[in-house]
Design a binder for this molecule. Sequence first.
Ligand code: GLN
Length: 525
Amino acid sequence: MKYIIVTGGVMSGLGKGITAASIGRILKNKGFSLTAIKIDPYINIDAGTMNPYQHGEVFVLKDGAEVDLDLGNYERFLDIELTGDHNITTGKVYQTVIEKERRGDYLGKTVQIIPHITNEIKERIRRVAKRSLADICIIEVGGTVGDIESMPFLEAMRQMHSEEKEEDIAFVHVTLVPLDTQGEQKTKPTQHSVKELRSLGLQPDAIVARCREPLHQDTKSKIALFCDVPVKAVISAHDAKDIYCVPSMMEKEGLSDYLMDKLRLTAKEATHEWNELMKKMDGIDKEIRIAIVGKYAHLGDSYISINEALKHAGVECGCHVKIYRLEAEEFEKNPELVDSLKNYDGILVPGGFGARGTEGKILAIKYARENNIPYLGLCLGMQLAVIEFSRNVLEFRDANSSELAKTEHPVIDLLPEQEKVKNLGGTMRLGNSEAILTQGSLASRLYGGTHLVERHRHRYEVNPKYIPQIEAKGMKFTGRSDHRMEIAEIPEHKFFFSSQFHPEFRSRPGKPSPPFLAFVKAALG
Ligand code: GLN
């Protein structure tokens, strides 16, 4: 097993995750199989209980683990499926060590950060890496070097460095090269953060420097000199027009050759999918406008997987998908604003929790339905479509979800068998599960068959009591998993498709998710 450890310096938000995923991709392009581990030094066990203000999107893996959005980047860049143990948090590590201590596993010893916590970290990494059967494991250490929280993890990496063979482990440090007011590229922050890293006993093999513009040769030389790496190991990671261009940039900078050299790897059979993707992206000549009506409209990170899934579908159709994030509450305050939705080629309502903004989303769905504008509803976006239909077509004026309000007509409800445990995360339906699709439906055309597997993250379901009445009026449940409704579509409509699952999580560059692809095609007209 070869390990590539990616650390970050200077400040957070440099795109360390994208860098790590891109390093993985350039090596995958050389024929190696890759896996990835993300270390999050926070105390939460997982990201499931964090709200988007804190943490951006919560990504859901096939086994139902709710994890950091970087895992989504790894899945998309590397075209792999990961599981919850690929996300290591301080909470998980301490929980295990404390459980072991209570069981008496440490035989009366004093349990300490070194060696017990660091051993647990190393064991987890090695176990997950080995089990993946990959050639190379990328490990991204979250946070910035110097943070208190990340210390035990960096110490564990230092120990791994001395335990593994020199050719089995490489360190890549991601830093920032800012421009001063004169436009000069400044290397001091990089020098300082490498110094910090060294004080922890770690020496980077390569430095990836984020900069607004390509690094000058003398900037590279200076970093090489001060940080004690070869000039060819200083990689310019300047702003790219799209995150999917980053791997090609790193390849041009020579990073894959450098790392293969360091890890004594010889390229296997090269793959060309990524180049083909780049060609398709270059060939884009059309544009569509999609409105995402949600909460958190101002937070770019809150719907990353949806943005990416729209992009994947757009690239396939040769069009740029211009995304407009609209705040649903604005429609509640100002219902005439809903009419502005006529300016978009498609309307999307994403998943969500809690009542805030739901009435505004319902207004948007009504507009899409009545004006034959392509509609894609995801999770809450399907539940609200069922509510809107029940209110305005079945004329159950107070129809609602029992999550959102008290109502005579809970068309969305907890199923009786669902325990009402008050442990957050305890009652959610999470991860991959199957659905059976109605022959001849839009759903079965999109998925090319009568069966699908997609990821879930929700508690509430369509109330089976109302299904016959809803279907009689023209909304059809064409995907089912036993008595759970997975898809609601309106066959009369130009394109009205909504799902209880989250198709965005399985979309990949070059392999767009079927509902997204069909939605973008419908929006193109
Ligand atoms: N809040 C809804 C539920 O729990 C929808 C969840 C979601 O959109 N992810 O069922």
